[in-house]
Design a protein around this ligand. Structure first.
Ligand SMILES: [Zn+2]
Length: 83
């Protein structure tokens, strides 16, 4: 009997409903966008379905346009200028 298991990992971004008040330049879109609070977490996947969270999630911001996740240090240290 042969059994194939396709396992991997996938990062999932869960955006909250809270918008930051500032508009920032998104490094991905290159546009001034609003950002939401968002948590990024890595999941173990089986057959491309997320099964198990691996480690703790990381809080950050997600772009409203392209959903790119931004690490806290990126926007706190001035990597993203506000508009
Ligand atoms: Zn964007």
């Amino acid at each position: 009997m042969m059994l194939f298991v396709i396992a991997g990992t996938r990062e999932i971004i869960r955006a909250g409903g809270t918008h930051s008040s500032q508009v920032r330049h998104c490094p991905q879109c290159g546009q001034p966008m609003r950002f939401r609070d968002a948590t990024r977490r890595t999941y173990l996947t089986l057959f491309f379905i997320p099964i198990l969270p691996l480690g703790a999630g990381r809080d950050g911001l997600a772009c409203d346009g392209c959903n790119t996740w931004i690490a806290p240090e990126a926007y706190r240290l001035g990597g993203m200028e506000t508009v």
